[in-house]
Design a protein around this ligand. Structure first.
Ligand SMILES: Cc1cc2nc3c(=O)[nH]c(=O)nc-3n(C[C@H](O)[C@H](O)[C@H](O)COP(=O)(O)OP(=O)(O)OC[C@H]3O[C@@H](n4cnc5c(N)ncnc54)[C@H](O)[C@@H]3O)c2cc1C
Length: 401
């Protein structure tokens, strides 16, 4: 066993940290207030290879592995505790990878270089108004082949990056039924461009947090797509979606670790200097003990998360693990990370006293942002528990067929 990072990984961390602390951290409040990530930050991220970094170099990606991608996620979470930039980063990392792996050469040539240069957005659209967790049972979006085209009808909801995709351009990898009689084996993935399409209507939702990136929905009415916008094999969409979700969940784990570390650092600084009853807050056991608990929780999440990234790298590079191993490891990280990060941030807000409830400190942005992950972005907590249960007990114990 070796718990240390390589020299290359340390250098990457330092590069991302220097950039994120200098260029992102000072602007997080502005991003949260203006509900927009400044264009120059997107462009700087592109220059560093931070947009869909896992995409192949042939299309402008950095071709980094999942350990490197997780290191960057942790550093971005540490700088942007509101989690808006980390969301953009991790969505494009996970789904840019899936697109890079399974997209047709024509579709990749058209979109991937623009995704990695920050000119357009790449998102994921699985959830529908009537079902997220149970997309297999509830999903109504359909794609039907007509000649050399696909015709899509249906509605997607609670989707990240609607404004970004409909204004800048880009694609949402969209799950649609292509064989309604085959359950999860009857879904396919399509690259759906939202911008300037008269057959697509978008809506926006007002979120609680991570305000720098939009959430909303889109409805498709006879949206015509060329055959080469089918991503991956026909009826393989569910499997590609699960692969992308595992990747996203690991990066969410790393992002939450970074944001929680930033919160704890801020809290430690405060309890060392703020005095009550003639002593620094940090000298009271009532303050020290929770600090110890939160530190242990975040360190354990960090271990689970980097182990998941390591398992993914071993699977992709050496075929040492299976997609089931990855999905179990990723679910463990996603189950623990948002809850422990939320809990640490909540504690720090207490330590800050009344100022913890004001916008003077970034903690409130963190609390609002991290809650998106425990509520369910990229899968709810109970779905993580179901995945873990399935791996421990076997498929026969799934509560649904
Ligand atoms: C900020 C944000 C951004 C998002 N971005 C995207 C995106 O970009 N693309 C996308 O496709 N989706 C996105 N989502 C949607 C997300 O994937 C769904 O919210 C999630 O899958 C849950 O679906 P649901 O909201 O329909 O809740 P439901 O599936 O209706 O679940 C409601 C509750 O019931 C619980 N539940 C459901 N089934 C079971 C069961 N069998 N056993 C026990 N409990 C159960 C769930 O855990 C949850 O607590 C986003 C969500 C959020 C909050």
């Amino acid at each position: 066993m070796d718990f240390s990072f390589t020299e290359e990984q340390e250098l990457w961390r330092k590069t991302v940290r220097d950039f994120a602390q200098k260029k992102i951290k000072p602007r997080v409040r502005e991003i949260d207030t203006n509900k927009k990530i400044p264009e120059e930050i997107i462009k700087d991220m592109a220059k560093l290879g931070l947009l869909a970094p896992t995409a192949s170099q042939e299309y402008g990606g950095a071709g980094v592995d999942w350990t490197m991608a997780s290191i960057a996620a942790e550093e971005l979470g540490r700088a942007d505790i509101s989690l808006a930039i980390p969301v953009l980063y991790l969505v494009e990392s996970a789904w840019g990878y899936i697109f890079s792996q399974y997209g047709t050469p024509e579709a990749k040539k058209e979109y991937l270089p623009k995704i990695t240069s920050g000119d357009v957005f790449c998102g994921i659209a699985v959830t529908e108004p009537e079902g997220g967790s149970d997309i297999v049972g509830a999903g109504k979006t359909k794609a039907v082949k007509k000649g050399n085209n696909w015709i899509l009808n249906g509605e997607k909801m609670f989707i990240s990056g609607i404004t970004e995709s409909s204004k800048w351009g880009g694609i949402h990898l969209t799950l649609a039924r292509t064989d309604p009689n085959k359950g999860h084996k009857g879904f396919s993935f399509f690259a759906v461009p939202l911008k300037d399409n008269p057959n697509i209507e978008t809506t926006l939702l007002e979120d609680m947090g991570r305000m720098g990136i939009s959430t909303g929905g889109f409805s498709m009415s006879n949206v015509k797509l060329p055959d080469h916008y089918l991503i991956g094999g026909l009826n393989r969409g569910f499997y590609h979606a699960m692969e992308g979700f595992s990747a996203a969940r690991v990066l969410i784990g790393a992002t939450c670790v970074g944001a929680a570390e930033a919160a704890l650092e801020l809290g430690i600084e405060h309890i060392k200097t703020r005095k009550a009853f003639g002593r620094p807050l940090g000298s009271f056991e009532g303050i020290q003990f929770p600090l110890a608990e939160h530190y242990c929780n975040i360190e354990s999440v960090k271990l689970i998360t980097y182990r998941a990234a390591w398992i993914m790298d071993k699977m992709y590079k050496e075929k040492k693990f299976t997609h089931y191993d990855v999905s179990l490891a990723a679910a463990m990280s996603k189950l623990r990370a948002p809850i422990h990060a939320f809990s640490a941030m909540n504690e720090v807000a207490d330590w800050l006293g009344a100022t913890g409830y004001t916008k003077e400190y970034p903690i409130e942005m963190g609390i609002r942002g991290v809650r998106s992950y425990s509520i369910g972005a990229e899968g709810t907590m109970n779905i993580m528990r179901l995945i873990i249960g399935r791996e421990l007990l076997g498929k026969g114990f799934l509560p649904y067929k």
